[in-house]
Structures are given as structure tokens and as C-alpha cells.
Write a protein that binds this ligand. Structure first.
Ligand SMILES: Cc1cc2nc3c(=O)[nH]c(=O)nc-3n(C[C@H](O)[C@H](O)[C@H](O)COP(=O)(O)O)c2cc1C
Length: 335
């Protein structure tokens, strides 16, 4: 049986997403304005960047202010918002999930796939794949603490050729009542390199009674639709392919056929600058956006000195001026 079109709604334990195209959790990136941007371009479900359950539990000021917040504009668009939490202590997770629910999350997503040594050495992220009993306890605690549906994002396994992540997914659903699995079928060992094992993902789709959200390798429209076709996953999750490319949501949903015009790219980067300023103030936003600039500027095919000038810009205003200089060029190039 073929999977429903990506434009159809789907449900995560009764929480309805209006379509099946999801913004992936992206550490250091997936704040409210990146989620809002994805929603503006059609994403049916957005997930926050990973947030430490310990930081929430201890009411860390920066975490509470910058990460654990939903902007009212995010609610102008349909579709749930998930907060992704990480940590290895069930009681801390119970408390953090309760706070995330109070802050307005619709879904609690748990990170059991992060391969970063700093996270894994504490027994969190992908380390939980090797600790299934604790992983199950954490998922239960998150559900009990929040009263919300719990989803888990994990990988195929610790090492290439292993399927311990696959096995954990089955246990999480069966024993902890996890409502959906976001499956990234690459091992923790390879981090983000190499081809995802879509065959294994297809097997998980067949075996699980809950939605599988596929992650990995969906860098453009064709790759996304092919991966979806091959796996039959309930939904697809866009990550690196959507960095500086919110148009990918529209393309995958069939809302748009062509790549953005240069003017649209310039305007979109301007939107990002304004929202970052609203989020962090001009000073912090200027530094924060240095990572974001190349995603947009590469699409505009600017020369290297321009790219470097943006990345070394001292303030948001300086970057705004440079963007204003690019605008007329963009208009000429795309009359
Ligand atoms: C910069 C960056 C940050 C990421 N942060 C997270 C995160 O916070 N939580 C998580 O579960 N996965 C995270 N991931 C993994 C992505 O959500 C996704 O699973 C992965 O990039 C594979 O998809 P892709 O090949 O389409 O990029 C991150 C990936 C990247 C590149």
C-alpha cells in the first residue's frame, strides 16, 4: 500500500499535523524564528533544537529565555511545535518535560541520537541506544511529567552494521508508549556522513504501529520524494537541506516548482536578520548570524570577499548595509 501524499494530515497520538513535512531539530539553529520560517513555508510540524533537561530543571536563565520559548507568531500557522529535550536522568526529564509543557509545547521529543562526545559521555543522546532500560524509563517519565505525546529521535545504531537503535525504537513504542519515532538511519559512528540505510527505515515503518518520521539525506526535492517512496515513512524531516533554504518545504509539498529568485533570497535573509535582532538584540544577533550568512549567500553566488565580509561583520547594521548593496544586483540579475 502506498503512503498518503505528503500534503495529507497525520496524527501523533491525537496531535494533528496538517501535513507530513517536518523541520528537524538543529542544535544552535532551531530557535523560534527558524521554526517560524519553516512554518511560513509550509512545514506541518517543527521541532526545537535540543535543549538540556538539566538546564530546564535548574531553570537556567538563558535556556528558559532563549530556547524554551514559543513566539506568538508561530501560532499564526497550523501545526504542532515539539521541544526536543536531552538527558540521561528520568526524574530530571520528568521535571523538564513538565516545564516544557507549561511553556506551551504540543509534543515532547527526546534526543537519543546525538553522537557528540560531550553529550554521549554523560550517557545522553546516542549513548541511550546502548542503555535501553534507562531509555524506556526516560520516555515514560517524559510522558508522565508532561501529559503530552512523546516522540523519540534516534539512529539506526551505535556502529555501522548494528541495528540496536532499530531494536530500541520497537521497545520504546511497546514499553513506554512512545507516539512516533523520528528515525535517522545512519549510525552514531558516522555522525552525518554517508548514505542513510533507507531499507532499514522501511523495515521499521512496517514493524511499528506508530508513525515513523524519516530523517537523513533529504537534501533536495528529488532526494526527499525518493526516500519517502522507498521507505513509506509517515512523514519526512528536513535538516541540512533546509538550511537557508526554506523553499524546500514548499517544493516538497508541491506548492512551488522553481528555485527562488535572487530577490527572494535577499529578502529572506533580511527577514532572518530582523527576526534574529528581535530574538537576541542587534549585538548578539550580529555574531549569531555569522553561521547563517553562507547558507543564503552561497545561493546568491556572491564572491569570496563578500562572503568573508559578511562573516567578519562587526554588527548587524554593517551586514544590513552589505545586504542592501546586494539587492539591486539581485534585481538586475533577475529582471
Ligand atoms: C547543525 C546540525 C545540528 C543538529 N542538531 C540536532 C539536534 O539538536 N537534535 C537532533 O536530534 N538531531 C540534530 N541534528 C541531526 C538532524 O536533525 C538530522 O537528523 C541529520 O542532519 C540528518 O539529516 P540530513 O542528512 O537531511 O541533514 C543536527 C544536524 C546538524 C547538521
Amino acid at each position: 500500500m502506498s503512503a498518503p501524499p505528503l500534503t495529507e494530515p497525520f496524527s501523533i497520538a491525537g496531535v494533528e499535523a496538517p501535513n507530513r513535512v517536518v523541520l528537524a531539530p538543529l542544535a544552535g539553529i532551531g530557535n523560534w524564528f527558524v521554526r517560524l520560517q519553516a512554518k511560513r513555508f509550509g512545514a506541518g510540524l517543527t521541532v526545537s533544537e535540543m535543549i538540556s533537561s538539566f538546564a530546564i530543571h535548574h531553570r537556567n536563565e538563558k535556556t528558559m529565555r532563549d530556547l524554551l520559548m514559543i513566539h506568538p507568531s508561530e501560532r499564526d500557522y497550523p501545526g504542532p511545535i515539539a521541544f526536543q529535550l536531552f538527558g540521561q536522568d528520568p526524574e530530571v526529564m520528568r521535571s523538564a518535560a513538565a516545564t516544557a509543557a507549561e511553556q506551551g509545547a504540543d509534543i515532547i521529543d527526546l534526543n537519543m541520537g546525538c553522537p557528540v562526545p560531550k553529550v554521549m559521555k554523560n550517557g545522553a543522546g546516542a549513548a541511550l541506544i546502548s542503555d535501553p532500560a534507562v531509555a524506556v524509563e526516560i520516555a515514560r517519565a517524559a510522558g508522565e511529567g508532561s501529559g503530552l505525546p512523546v516522540t523519540v529521535k534516534l539512529r539506526s545504531g551505535q556502529k555501522n552494521g548494528e541495528a540496536d537503535g532499530f531494536q530500541l525504537a520497537l521497545r520504546l513504542v511497546d514499553e513506554a508508549g512512545v507516539a512516533a519515532i523520528a528515525f535517522h538511519p545512519r549510525s552514531a559512528q558516522v555522525k552525518h556522513k554517508g548514505s542513510p540505510d533507507y531499507e532499514l527505515a522501511a523495515k521499521l515503518v512496517e514493524e511499528l504501529p506508530v508513525p515513523v518520521i524519516l530523517s537523513g539525506g533529504m537534501s533536495d526535492t528529488d532526494a526527499t520524494l525518493a526516500a519517502r517512496e522507498q521507505t513509506g515513512a509517515a512523514a519526512v524531516m528536513l535538516a541540512r537541506g533546509a538550511l537557508g533554504n526554506p523553499w524546500l518545504f514548499e517544493r516538497v509539498l508541491g506548492l512551488r516548482e522553481t528555485a527562488p529568485e535572487r530577490e527572494e533570497i535577499v529578502a529572506e535573509l533580511g527577514w532572518v536578520m530582523d527576526r534574529a535582532s528581535e530574538h537576541l538584540g542587534d549585538d548578539r544577533a550580529g555574531r549569531y548570524l555569522r553561521t547563517f550568512y553562507p547558507w543564503y549567500l552561497d545561493r546568491l553566488e556572491v564572491d569570496k570577499p563578500t562572503l568573508i565580509a559578511f562573516q567578519q561583520s562587526e554588527s548587524l547594521d554593517e551586514a544590513r548595509e552589505m545586504l542592501a548593496d546586494l539587492a539591486p544586483l539581485a534585481a538586475v540579475a533577475n529582471p
